[in-house]
Design a protein around this ligand. Structure first.
Ligand SMILES: [Zn+2]
Length: 298
């Protein structure tokens, strides 16, 4: 285990306990989320070392990496994924000044495959060997392991996307620096992360599925994402809700808190979360941040 002595976002050294919760998905181990007294960043501390985090992804049920298993939750997940892929593509198309796209943490590659069919020149990075091989074999995509990021030609990508990936990355600032090195000066960085200020986060508390401990190392809010953007001299151009996530996260959270899936309750709470967010500062279950370098915003 790695015990952080300073905030991974702002570097200050004072933080207070925020929440204790468990790895409800796999190991049942207990973890503590702390909140930075200076910037408000919430992060798991202590956390597994980079070298030991792999075992926390090893369940065949980890749906974002699952390539075959059939159950109702996985079926629903795949239906929602199909809808969300098109929305993601439309966002990329709206902001891209060119056709070169990198998806970091591309999983099994469905989003990239869709974009490729629409005329983008696509590259993926995926640390998991199983999903990476699937993307290469099934969709014939150019997908590389994580270490390849360091070796890429600088300033080559028009758009770089990270869909629910940033919260998994140990070297937070270092990784964004590398990503900005390979992004063109007028490029766009699109980052989607769960929002710990959402209604579903507050309602489910320690059972909120998007805490996903210890796989999610950070729990971002709009405020901490703004701090992150500022630290990397980026401007947030647009913040867009992922309304379907409220339903999916509520469904998983129902399972964690009550021991079984309850589609009706999950649906009701998904609606409640989205209507709260609509009235309350855009605090949807998950948010997409479209970031650019300041002078290219116009
Ligand atoms: Zn901080």
């Amino acid at each position: 285990m790695e015990k952080l002595t300073s905030c991974p976002l702002c570097g200050e050294i004072n933080f207070i306990p925020f929440l204790q919760s468990n790895d409800f998905f796999l190991t049942q181990e207990e973890y503590t989320i702390v909140s930075c007294s200076s910037c408000g960043m919430k992060f798991v501390n202590p956390r597994p070392e980079p070298g030991e985090i792999g075992k926390y992804y090893e369940s065949p049920e980890y749906v974002s990496h699952d390539t075959g298993k059939k159950n109702s939750l996985n079926f629903l997940y795949k239906r929602l994924r199909k809808i969300s892929i098109e929305r993601k593509y439309n966002l990329v198309k709206k902001h891209a000044r060119g056709k070169k796209l990198l998806d970091v943490g591309c999983g099994t590659g469905e989003f990239l495959f869709f974009c490729e069919k629409k005329g983008f020149k696509v590259t993926g990075i995926e640390p998991g060997e199983k999903p990476r091989s699937f993307a290469q074999l099934e969709y014939k995509l150019n997908v590389e392991a994580e270490g390849y990021l360091d070796q890429m030609v600088p300033q080559q990508f028009d758009v770089i996307t990270m869909w629910h990936v940033l919260e998994h990355i140990h070297p937070l600032h270092e990784r964004i620096d590398i990503i900005l090195d390979i992004m063109k000066h007028d490029g766009t960085l699109i980052i989607a992360v769960p929002n710990c200020d959402s209604w579903d986060a507050r309602y489910y508390g320690k059972f909120w599925a998007a805490y996903d401990l210890p796989r999610h190392l950070y729990h971002f809010s709009q405020e901490t994402m703004k701090t992150l953007a500022q630290k990397h001299k980026l401007i947030i151009d647009e913040i867009i809700p992922m309304k379907l996530d409220a339903f999916y996260i509520s469904l998983l959270s129902e399972k964690y808190s009550r021991g079984k899936q309850n589609f009706f309750r999950a649906f009701v709470n998904g609606v409640r979360s989205n209507s709260f967010a609509n009235k309350s500062n855009n605090n949807y279950s998950s948010l997409i941040y479209v970031m650019k370098r300041g002078k290219w915003l116009q």
